[in-house]
Design a protein around this ligand. Structure first.
Ligand code: ARG
Length: 277
């Protein structure tokens, strides 16, 4: 019997997170948000802290952004910017409820000496942008259809000097790219085809013939909203089926409990921005 031995190699990452001290569901800007469903803030903070500890235990560096009162979605730190090769393309939120988050992210990056490029187009940072450094020489995948607008894809390409592939999202439940697609290592991705237009599915199949394909149950459990270091894949505990699929091809799934943050329409990846030098 021949067993396939996949050599998965982790790479140390630098992340940015923001504590959910002020998390609440006070408005509904995606189909997961129900303003009448109670949120347990203490439990939210506990679950978020476990996520942060998990990343640190895996050897990664986690920077913290100071949460601000009146910005209940600030915990979803992935939306504040998109960082590639040491350059930061800032966010410009679609909904006014989140607009002020962009300045907090900008102040963080500027205080740390990062090169910041202010956007003039609507885009929600890593919510709609993913980077795959070893795919086709370094490829940015970008979602549009619900939040980020198409002109922002061209703006990001000019700002960051990497090719941007536009993908159209078609299901309002999967309103950001990062709930339907994720980089699992430097060259490969996992995605749920049904979240994309037929043409975009074709583009993904051409660019990533070896991608891991997720199903309905995986995407509904927020499994695609994951963070991987190339070996360890931190993902929502509910996504047990996806964890199995990833394990079968040599990754090491690390399940975390994030039930409270799902009420805002997010999970692991939404809480984590990657700072790429
Ligand atoms: N309530 C937030 C919103 O609708 C959730 C953002 C989730 N973040 C993400 N990167 N998908 O904007």
């Amino acid at each position: 019997m021949v067993t396939v031995n996949h050599q998965r190699v982790p790479r140390k990452r630098t992340y940015l997170m923001c504590s959910p001290e002020h998390f609440a569901v006070e408005y509904a800007i995606n189909p997961w948000m129900d303003v009448t469903a109670p949120v347990d803030t203490e439990l939210t903070v506990k679950q978020w802290d476990r996520l942060r500890e998990t990343l640190v235990q895996l050897g990664h560096e986690v920077h913290l952004l100071t949460p601000e009162r009146g910005l209940p979605d600030m915990v979803y730190a992935a939306n504040g910017a998109f960082v590639v090769d040491g350059a930061v393309y800032g966010a410009q939120f679609k909904h006014e409820q989140r607009a002020a988050e962009a300045a907090a992210h900008r102040a963080f990056y500027e205080s740390q000496g990062w090169r910041f490029i202010a956007p003039s187009e609507t885009n929600e940072g890593e919510g709609d942008f993913a980077y795959v450094p070893e795919a086709h020489g370094g490829l940015i995948l970008a979602g549009h259809g619900f939040r980020t607008e198409l002109p922002a894809h061209a703006e990001a390409q000019e700002a960051l000097g990497r090719p941007v592939v536009s993908l159209r999202l078609v299901d309002p439940r999967f309103y950001h790219l990062d709930v339907a697609l994720a980089a699992i290592d430097d060259a490969n991705i996992v995605y749920f085809p049904g979240a994309f237009s037929a043409a975009s599915q074709k583009v993904l199949a051409q660019l990533f013939p070896d991608a891991v394909i997720a199903d309905d149950a995986d995407v509904m459990a927020f499994g695609l909203n994951l963070v991987s270091d190339g070996l360890n894949v931190v993902l929502n505990r509910e996504a047990a089926g996806l964890a199995e699929k990833l394990e079968a091809v040599g990754y090491h799934p690390v399940p975390v409990e994030l039930s409270e943050l799902k009420k805002g329409g997010g999970s692991v990846k939404c809480c984590i921005a990657e700072l790429r030098h």
